[in-house]
Design a protein around this ligand. Structure first.
Ligand SMILES: NC(=O)c1ccc[n+]([C@@H]2O[C@H](COP(=O)([O-])OP(=O)(O)OC[C@H]3O[C@@H](n4cnc5c(N)ncnc54)[C@H](O)[C@@H]3O)[C@@H](O)[C@H]2O)c1
Length: 356
């Protein structure tokens, strides 16, 4: 297919704005896509986007108006999670290929229903936006691991820590489905298989006391076990007030791989593989550019800006060439199955009282 892909986007809030801006960049830089529709139910947001991004194409205030105009057959959905299922499935049924922001639906029941219909009628229609899979630093670390740089891997630790609560009105099905879905998918991607057990610990420590966002916990850990050989540890919080923190550490019997570390002004992402104690130099070290988001950009852009852009480019490429999507609804369901199991085995401060 030599024609550019006509693409639309639904939702231009915190995350959608970033994706829509990347679509315009890809349109200018590669000619592989054309942003043909921007949809948001808030007209003033549409007007601001058009003026700040110099976008002069069609805008719509509802899914129905967008579908009636038949402006594109490929759409990114970046509306709040509670609308994912309705928007994505309506688009798929109307013949669209859809790039859906994570999580798939936010609940295990929703994911199961969505996957049943997609697998039956539209198996190749949906790509799920797990941007870590397009992140150059994580991909480099995964390659080092697969090349055996640190021997037999027995633990993966993955942290995602926001500096504050989500914006007012943000609806989340819980900190684990909303945040840890990134880390759980990352660990499944690194491990290449499903764990057999999971549990979680949830706490309310700081930001939930002051935020209006409805969420169960503001801090949580999730453990998953892959038999007796490998474990995954996830740390998520809304309370890392010093700034956004994203770190992955892969532990092996011959060393460890560290991907990213906290810096208050992140400009670069460092990947280092260390051998066993006693070596004086890392086995490998590589530095990757961060996102250099504008001052007003959400904090996650500084870390994942290039990965978000690569993710949209991958969607466009797959739609144009017919190649399968790298991550689909099935990956969303797998991550949610792990989270669902962990939430059924959640521990809070109510348990384990010290008596006597
Ligand atoms: N991958 C990531 O790192 C990442 C980061 C943040 C958010 N997200 C995901 O992106 C999605 C959106 O989150 P956000 O923080 O941008 O939310 P947001 O509230 O900032 O933006 C949502 C936008 O969607 C619009 N909208 C709401 N309902 C709509 C509807 N029915 N039709 C059209 N427009 C509608 C709102 O007016 C708003 O502009 C969520 O699913 C979230 O999980 C992903």
């Amino acid at each position: 297919m030599n024609q550019p892909l006509d693409i639309g986007i639904i939702g231009i809030g915190r995350m959608g704005w970033v994706h829509a801006a990347h679509m315009l960049e890809l349109e200018r830089e590669t000619g592989a896509c054309r942003l043909r529709a921007v949809v948001d139910r808030e007209p003033e947001r549409l007007a601001r986007f058009a003026s700040e991004q110099r976008y002069s194409g069609p805008v719509f205030d509802s899914l129905d108006a967008y579908l009636a105009a038949d402006a594109a057959k490929a759409t990114m959905v970046v509306a709040p999670t509670e609308h994912h299922q309705h928007l994505a499935m309506s688009l798929v049924r109307a013949g669209h290929r859809v790039l859906l922001e994570k999580p798939l639906t936010g609940t295990l029941e929703g994911d199961i229903a969505c996957c049943a219909e997609l697998d039956r009628d539209y198996p190749d229609a949906l790509m799920l936006a797990f941007q870590r899979r397009y992140d150059a630093a994580l991909t480099f670390g995964r390659d080092l691991m697969n090349q055996g740089a640190i021997g037999r891997v027995f633990k993966v630790y993955s942290a995602l820590e926001d500096s504050g609560p989500p914006p007012d009105g943000y609806q989340s099905g819980g900190i684990l489905p909303d945040m840890s879905v990134h880390n759980v998918d990352e660990i499944l991607w690194l491990a290449g298989r499903m764990p057999d057990r999971a549990m979680a610990v949830g706490s309310v420590l700081h930001n939930k006391h002051v935020a209006s966002c409805e969420e169960d916990f503001d801090d949580a850990m999730l453990y998953m076990w892959f038999g007796e050989e490998l474990m995954g540890q996830v740390q998520v919080t809304r309370n890392h007030v010093s700034g956004y923190r994203v770190e992955t550490v892969i532990y092996g019997d011959q060393g460890q791989i560290q991907i990213g570390h906290f810096e208050q002004k992140p400009g670069a992402i460092i990947v280092e593989a260390f051998g066993r104690r006693g070596r004086t130099e890392p086995i490998s070290r590589k530095v990757f550019p961060g996102g250099n988001g504008a001052a007003a950009a959400p904090e996650f852009v500084d870390r994942f800006g290039p990965a978000y852009k690569a993710e949209v480019a991958a969607f466009v490429d797959c739609c144009r060439t017919g190649a399968p999507f790298p991550a689909t609804h099935r990956d969303g369901l797998r991550a949610q199955q792990v989270i669902g199991a962990a939430m059924r085995a959640v521990h809070t401060r109510e348990g384990g009282a010290i008596v006597g």
